[in-house]
Design a protein around this ligand. Structure first.
Ligand code: C2E
Ligand code: MG
Ligand code: MG
Length: 767
């Protein structure tokens, strides 16, 4: 009998262990664990209470064995019912089961003290009720498997309950054999039930995952050993595959990676496989099956695939957003006309290159000379085409370390990276300028282009993008201002140039309001007779605390800031007031020339305004002469021409100033409604040198043909005066014959002139 009980308890222990092992496979199924321990406790109860229990001798050891057996049996029953309730997702609360358990244990111990048989009877009843309770919970509403297990519980309840009927101390072989059979069947049933539920749940989860993966708009792919093992429909669509089989063919995965990205992808794969918690977000270019480039945004993490580590990638095709971003970025950093990087790009690049300790480099700020002239005389289309042609040639021919950008209008920037020595920079600039020696063929016209280039070097001339650009610009302006010089290296003295330029710009407005300007009058004389024949009014700025400032220093500043309109109006007002006063003084008068900036012609009402003023002051228009420089006249032809015609038509004299410094063509000269041309000092200074004579002679012939007065400017010697006279100049102006004079001295000269003439007839009404 003892052997039978021990075999039964051993079997129960094994079944309990089997349940516990099953639970280890799926720890979320807690009820399996409870049942496992329940079977082990039952095995303990059988061994201690029946198999190994010595005959009743009232000893402490005997009592201890009986107590332990009872605790094990009741514990087994409690765990079994706990498992059943958890299986059915019913609550199992300690505040209910613990008092119940203690009450049962207490009653058993008390009964065992009275009579051992009573205790056996009570235990059998408790166990039977527990088993039937389990049968109720599991069987009710259950499937066939659950109903079978419930039946086993019912049977087990009967076996427990009937045990004392065979033997009051529960030692009969009949219930034990039946119990062995029932318990084994029950535990197998529970094992099957647990496996079935675990499988059901796993299947459900797999179905859910597969449903999610199949319907996800995000691509999902699994890569194992550089081989694609899974891809959902969205991923297949992103890469242009028709089926999973096609995508998972060996070698296909690598074809989707641009060669330069292979290394990065491998490194990420290694990282993700090594670290189960790694999550790496990435954005990269990929190739579709037909070789199209796409932009993919993805997240890589670790997963298990068929028991092996693999990389799970979640991704979206971000191409449209990326291309929109690229387009925006391109627009922001790119010049539409020339297809070159623009100012923003240049500044950004300079920011990147100008950190402390960065390698030296140079920038060339290059501006086309007289580009405005092309625009105005040949039209903006030709201007645009010329800019494109220049950009294209420079782009093709510049060395690889040079980056070309268009800063705006006709200004370019060349970034020479890795060029540190002045000689190297100089060689590069000269090579670039040499590229312009061949003319550009633009819309049928052959155009020569000249550039003025300012060179600034990092870190010598500026330590950040803005100061470098400023230095390049300052040097470029210096190059522009120097005739015959194409490039200038920045020098620190230019910094103060720009500072004083700014200062002047700020001060002019104030000076206009305060009328801090005075006029000097430089006399002009007729050739040969050397008789006074007119004046040129030249403005000076009496700058408080700084003395007299030359117009060459502040007129350009006034032009840049637009203050030339107010300044020009002030000058005309002063000149006309002076003319009125001289006319009143002598009753007759000579023409006075006033220099007018081309910017003043931007005001479409300039000419009518001037004529109105003359009329208001009753000044004859032919006493007023307008001087406009040759270069300015040509560069602003559209604005200048109609207004000049209007003035000329009304009788105002018009002179083309500084003739010989610009590039006016014969036809243009014929078109301009001028009455006078003034030969620039640079043409007169070398006289009587033979080449200079030839040039002046030809120019005079031209002027004569156009019936113009020809003024020789800057006559400083008698020799020059005579040469100019003999070559055909009709008037002379220069320090030799008369410097610019303050009003009082000019008036004295005028008095002499008036005195030398016959008295004015009295009917003129002015003396
Ligand atoms: P510009 O109209 O060609 O004026 C002639 C310049 O040559 C004057 O310089 C005059 O003082 C200088 N000059 C005259 N004779 C000689 C000579 O024999 N030798 C030398 N070395 N120089 C001589 P300034 O007064 O400094 O004027 C410079 C320029 O400033 C003028 O050149 C003119 O373009 C501009 N300017 C002068 N006054 C005005 C004005 O009222 N309005 C505008 N918009 N510009 C003016
Ligand atoms: Mg002048
Ligand atoms: Mg001049």
């Amino acid at each position: 009998m003892t052997a039978l009980i021990l075999i039964g308890s051993g079997l129960n222990a094994l079944l309990g262990l089997a349940l516990l092992m099953l639970w280890r496979q799926a720890p979320q199924h807690l009820y399996v664990r409870y049942w496992g321990w329940s079977w082990i406790l039952l095995s303990g109860a059988l061994s201690l209470g029946l198999g190994l229990l010595p005959d009743q001798d009232g000893s402490v050891f005997h009592k201890l064995m009986v107590g332990s057996a009872a605790a094990f049996a009741m514990g087994s029953m409690a765990l079994r019912t706990a498992g059943a309730r958890i299986y059915r997702q019913l609550p199992w609360e300690r505040r209910v089961w613990l008092p119940l358990y203690l009450a049962m244990m207490g009653s058993l111990m008390w009964l065992a003290e009275l009579d051992h048989r009573y205790a056996v009877l009570a235990a059998s009843i408790y166990l039977a009720i527990g088993a039937w309770q389990c049968a109720w919970w599991i069987g009710r509403g259950g499937d066939s498997g659950e109903r079978f297990v419930a039946l086993c519980f019912v049977a087990a309840g009967f076996v427990h309950g009937l045990t004392p009927a065979f033997d009051p101390l529960g030692r009969s072989a009949v219930p034990h054999v039946a119990g062995l059979f029932v318990q084994t069947t029950l535990s197998l049933g529970l094992i099957l039930l647990s496996v079935k539920r675990a499988h059901g749940q796993a299947r459900q989860q797999a179905q859910r995952f597969s449903l999610l993966a199949q319907n996800s708009l995000q691509g999902l792919a699994v890569v194992q050993q550089r081989h694609l093992v899974y891809a959902n429909p969205a991923a297949l669509k992103i890469y242009g595959f028709a089926s999973l089989e096609e995508a998972t063919r060996p070698g296909v995965f690598e074809q989707l990676l641009p060669p330069e990205q292979q290394e990065e992808v491998l490194a990420r794969n290694r990282l993700v496989l090594a670290d189960p918690r790694a999550r790496v977000e990435w954005q990269a270019t990929r190739l579709t099956r037909d070789g199209r480039q796409i932009h993919v945004h993805g997240l890589s993490s670790h997963t298990d695939w068929d028991g092996q580590p693999a990389e799970l990638m979640v991704m979206i095709d971000d191409s449209s957003r990326q291309s929109a971003l690229d387009a925006l970025r391109r627009q922001a950093l790119h010049d539409e006309l020339t297809d070159l990087p623009n100012r923003n790009f240049a500044v950004e690049r300079l920011h990147q290159l100008t950190y402390t300790g960065a390698a030296p480099f140079a920038i060339l700020s290059a501006d086309l000379d007289r580009f405005q002239l092309v625009n105005e005389s040949l039209g903006h289309e030709v201007g645009d085409a010329l800019l494109q042609a220049v950009a294209q040639r420079l782009c093709q021919e510049l060395p690889v370390n040079a980056t070309l950008a268009r800063l705006g209008e006709d200004q370019f920037l060349v970034l020479l990276e890795g060029v540190a020595e002045r000689a190297e920079v100089q060689a590069a600039v000269e090579a670039m300028l040499a590229l312009l020696h061949t003319p550009f063929l633009v819309q049928g016209a052959e155009l020569f282009v000249h550039m003025s280039v300012g060179v600034a070097q990092f870190p010598r001339d500026g330590r950040d993008a803005n100061s470098l650009l400023r230095a390049g610009d300052a040097a470029m302006r210096r190059a522009k201002a120097r005739a015959g010089i194409s490039y200038v290296f920045f020098e620190s003295s230019m910094k103060s140039d720009s500072r004083s330029r700014l200062e002047v710009e700020q001060a002019i407005g104030h000076a206009i309001v305060q009328r801090q300007f005075v006029l000097e009058y430089q006399p002009k004389f007729l050739a040969h007779s050397r008789q006074l024949c007119g004046f040129e009014a030249l403005v000076r700025w009496e700058r408080p605390g700084q003395g007299r400032v030359s117009p060459a220093d502040f007129v350009p500043a006034a032009e840049r800031t637009g203050q030339i309109h107010a300044l020009g109006a002030l000058i005309l007002d002063m000149v006309m007031a002076q003319m009125r006063s001289w006319l009143d003084r002598h009753g007759r008068f000579l023409p006075v020339a006033v220099n007018v900036s081309p910017v003043q012609f931007e005001d479409g009402g300039f000419a009518t305004g001037l004529l109105g003023e003359l009329k208001a002051r009753a000044l004859p228009p032919e006493l007023m002469e307008i001087e406009i420089t040759e270069t300015a006249a040509i560069a602003h032809l559209d604005q200048v021409m109609p207004q000049l015609s209007l003035l000329r038509g009304a009788g105002v004299l018009c002179a083309l100033d500084d003739f010989g410094t610009g590039q006016s063509s014969l036809t243009m000269l014929r078109q301009l409604p001028i009455s006078t041309m003034k030969l620039d000092r640079s043409m007169i200074a070398p006289l009587p040198e033979s080449n200079a004579r030839a040039v002046v002679q030809v120019t005079c012939a031209l002027g004569q043909a156009l019936k113009l007065d020809i003024v020789a400017e800057g006559v400083e010697t008698e020799v020059q005066a005579q040469a100019a006279e003999s070559l055909g100049c009709t008037q002379l102006q220069g320090y030799y014959l008369g410097r610019p004079l303050p009003v009082a001295k000019a008036q004295a000269l005028l008095d002499d002139w008036a005195a030398s003439l016959a008295p004015v007839p009295s009917e003129s009404g002015r003396t």
